[in-house]
Ligand binder design. Structure first.
Ligand code: 2RA
Length: 335
């Protein structure tokens, strides 16, 4: 397989290269792509250096698959050009996710919707991916009625500059000097929590919250339940955490819920509060699983469950999910 990684110098792009290597994806030729200013620079893959090429040179090289993590505007401009050239695009930006002609895929949940005709495939938002990995199997069994999500999102979701802001603020606090670091967020993030992930829309929800309220319905192929979300940025780097309250149409049994989730590929249940065992971002960093714990009945109303979901937003929340889509395409001769 000739594979292009578009946005290969970014945080997610670098993790994509790492995941492709770890999973030994059948690459015969790697084509790293980045913005004009990076053309000619090198990226490492399997202990070898590869020279970054331009978008047009990547199209001309005619890879079989192009995995994009280069932002929405770049994807809107170039994904159709790659697709036009017969290249299958897996895009990590939000550009195509809610486009009715494009598939939005978490392989463990809805890979079966993919066909050879899908030339631009959307990778869901990181906080959506870990949520639907849990909602999917529970919806099948108990039928979702309403979901309330509060997220606690890693600064890695914003990018390298945000990680630099957090680390610099920590350094300033330790050294007791203000090093005037460039601020990505409107406020200090160290020792803080910002209820502000992405930009605010006219209805006073952020775009991140709207993604969490819309994308799960498309992935699950089910418009019969409702969601509401509050997305919060916290000074964490290992992954996104989500407190989720789920009301079902039907009654459930807690032991059966734990069994269903334990048997779901890609999900790991860590739920032993008597021994302080529950998922944490510090433990999820660098892993591909979605971790679930604090599973308990909501005592305030029937047929309602509380739980806690944690995953590395750069891996299962982005790079690994995209690579798993590519693996499915190859395994099913769809590319
Ligand atoms: C965030 N989910 O965490 C968004 C984009 N990665 O900022």
């Amino acid at each position: 397989m000739k594979v292009a990684v578009v946005g290969s110098t970014g945080m997610v792009g670098q993790v994509m290269l790492k995941v492709l290597e770890e999973r030994n994806f059948p690459i015969t030729e790697l084509i790293p792509v980045a913005s004009e200013k990076s053309v000619g620079k090198k990226v490492k893959y399997k202990q070898e250096e590869y020279t970054i090429v331009s978008m047009n040179d990547a199209i001309a090289a005619k890879p079989d698959i192009a995995i994009f993590s280069a932002g929405g505007s770049t994807s809107l401009e170039f994904a159709p050009q790659f697709a036009e050239a017969g290249i299958t695009v897996i895009d990590n930006s939000s550009a195509w996710r809610m486009d009715p002609t494009k598939k939005l895929v978490v392989p463990e949940i809805n890979a079966n919707v993919l066909t050879a005709e899908d030339k631009i495939i959307a990778n869901p938002n990181c906080s959506t991916i870990q949520l639907v990995m849990v909602l999917g199997p529970l919806n099948k069994k108990y039928d979702l009625k309403r979901v309330v999500i509060s997220t606690y999102q890693s600064v890695t979701g914003t990018g390298k500059a945000a990680v630099d802001q957090l680390n610099s603020e920590i350094e300033s606090a330790v050294n007791k000097e203000d090093n005037n670091v460039a601020k990505v967020y409107p406020y200090q993030i160290f020792k803080n929590a910002l209820p502000h992930c992405d930009v605010f829309s006219d209805d006073d929800y952020t775009k991140e919250e709207i993604k969490l309220m819309k994308e799960p319905k498309k992935i699950l192929g089910d418009d019969t339940f409702n969601l509401t979300a509050t997305a919060v940025r916290v000074p964490v780097q290992g992954g996104h955490s989500e407190s989720v309250n789920i009301e079902f149409e039907n009654e459930f049994d807690l032991d059966e819920v734990r069994k269903i989730l334990s048997e779901t590929p890609g999900v790991v249940v860590i739920d032993d509060v008597k021994n302080n065992q529950y998922p944490m971002p510090l433990d999820s960093e660098g892993k591909d699983e979605v971790f679930v714990g604090r599973i308990r009945r909501d005592l305030s109303q029937p047929k309602t469950l509380n739980l806690w979901i944690v995953a590395d937003n750069l891996r299962k929340g982005a790079a690994t999910n995209a690579v798993q889509i590519a693996e499915y395409l190859v395994a099913n001769n769809l590319v």
